[in-house]
Design a protein around this ligand. Sequence first.
Ligand SMILES: NC(=O)c1ccc[n+]([C@@H]2O[C@H](COP(=O)([O-])OP(=O)(O)OC[C@H]3O[C@@H](n4cnc5c(N)ncnc54)[C@H](O)[C@@H]3O)[C@@H](O)[C@H]2O)c1
Length: 238
Amino acid sequence: MSMLENKKVIVSGAASGIGLAIADLFEAKGARVARFDLSPISTGAGPSFTLDITDEAQVVEAVKAADEALGGIDVMVNTAAIFLMSPLLDTPVAEARKVLDVNLIGTLLMVRESVRAMQKHGNGGRIILFSSELAQLGREHHAAYCASKAGISAMVRCWAKEFGPDILVNAVAPGPTDTPLLDFDNMPPDWKALETANPLRRIGKPEEIAEAALFLAGPGSSFMTGQVIGVNGGASMV
Ligand SMILES: NC(=O)c1ccc[n+]([C@@H]2O[C@H](COP(=O)([O-])OP(=O)(O)OC[C@H]3O[C@@H](n4cnc5c(N)ncnc54)[C@H](O)[C@@H]3O)[C@@H](O)[C@H]2O)c1
């Protein structure tokens, strides 16, 4: 039997990068996956939903529809997020607010509605969120993004306490990973050097990050909650 045989999963941010790799890997491991994204999705065996995770009504409706389509929700993975590299002195407040809105409030809404669905069915569940190595490291020109990702690490610890013992809540904190969000190929050489200054001397692949999410969704992590797992080539070792 495959590791996620018959598990019912929502993956948000599934149109691109890490979310796409997770949705594909989870399906290959036997899960039924509902794919959520702002961009329309035409791949995958399960249902897809186009929504903005900052829009409360859209999240309520999409999670309800996914719950009905799949016949329950065992796992919710929220990867959807936006990035902002902007020196503070040049940052309009609307841009900073948008990052906090998508990355924090969007995550909060996805978790709230998924937990409601999990509790309705009474079978427990797994919530898997996405922080970043930058939440620990910090980086110039990235304050709003770093704050949003540090906030996710904090929310993980709150919700692990709030929803245990039935629902386990953990996060993955990737290092630089080859996705459109990082846009590694178009970085200036000094940024490329910074992103590869880790013991493994390279950036990661989305498929390598997806393996950590698979572990958090599967039987091997049954005694883990409130944790943030670094998958970053050793760039951060806290
Ligand atoms: N790529 C990296 O180097 C890296 C490093 C550390 C952490 N992360 C985190 O990993 C996660 C996945 O990142 P990625 O690199 O795959 O990014 P990505 O940009 O490739 O994919 C993000 C997806 O989220 C979707 N999205 C954005 N805003 C949305 C909204 N309001 N509603 C619904 N969907 C929305 C986008 O359409 C996109 O498909 C993010 O949480 C990111 O912060 C990425």
